[in-house]
Write a protein that binds this ligand. Structure first.
Ligand code: RTP
Ligand code: MG
Length: 138
């Protein structure tokens, strides 16, 4: 089933020059780009985006990190795009969970600096796409 997912290349990925690498992996998988923008994230947008983690001890650090430099925000589309991108990204902890061959497994060392975000369910994807790309018709 064709679906859309919200993908972010977080500030660490942009700063380390991994934008091309991440987009190449998305395209090689067979997924397509429906929207793409380099964006400086406000604290308001970051807190909305990560609202589910508001009570977590790392929330403050997470907001600080996501707003620390530009991110690349994308809407990625294709067959089972939501789980397909989560598969490309690998688990949240780049060492303990993500395996080699995934974006996090190949390029990450710390959970906080794990390079990419991808929506985790159809409900999250709809909410996040509306939040990041309100003008997009989906
Ligand atoms: P994301 O939302 O960014 O795609 O990552 P995820 O689904 O794999 O992981 P999630 O549980 O939603 O956590 C969101 C982000 O918060 C940071 N985090 N830090 N210090 C910590 O223990 C910790 N745990 C999570 C990571 O940047 C994670 O991607
Ligand atoms: Mg998440």
């Amino acid at each position: 089933m064709t679906e859309q997912t919200l993908v972010l290349i977080k500030p660490d990925g942009v700063q380390r020059g991994l934008v091309g690498e991440v987009i190449a992996r998305i395209e090689r998988k067979g997924l397509t780009l429906a929207a793409l923008e380099l964006r400086q994230v406000s604290t308001e947008l970051a807190s909305e985006h990560y609202a589910e983690h508001a009570e977590r001890p790392f929330f403050g650090e997470l907001l600080e990190f996501i707003t620390s430099g530009p991110v690349v925000a994308m809407v990625v589309a294709g067959d089972r795009a939501i789980p397909a991108f989560r598969q490309l990204a690998g688990g949240t902890d780049p060492v303990e969970k993500a395996t080699p061959g995934t974006i996090r497994g190949d390029f990450g060392l710390q959970t906080q600096f794990n390079i990419v975000h991808g929506s985790d369910s159809p409900e999250s994807a709809a909410r996040e796409i509306a939040l990041w790309f309100p003008s997009l018709n989906s």
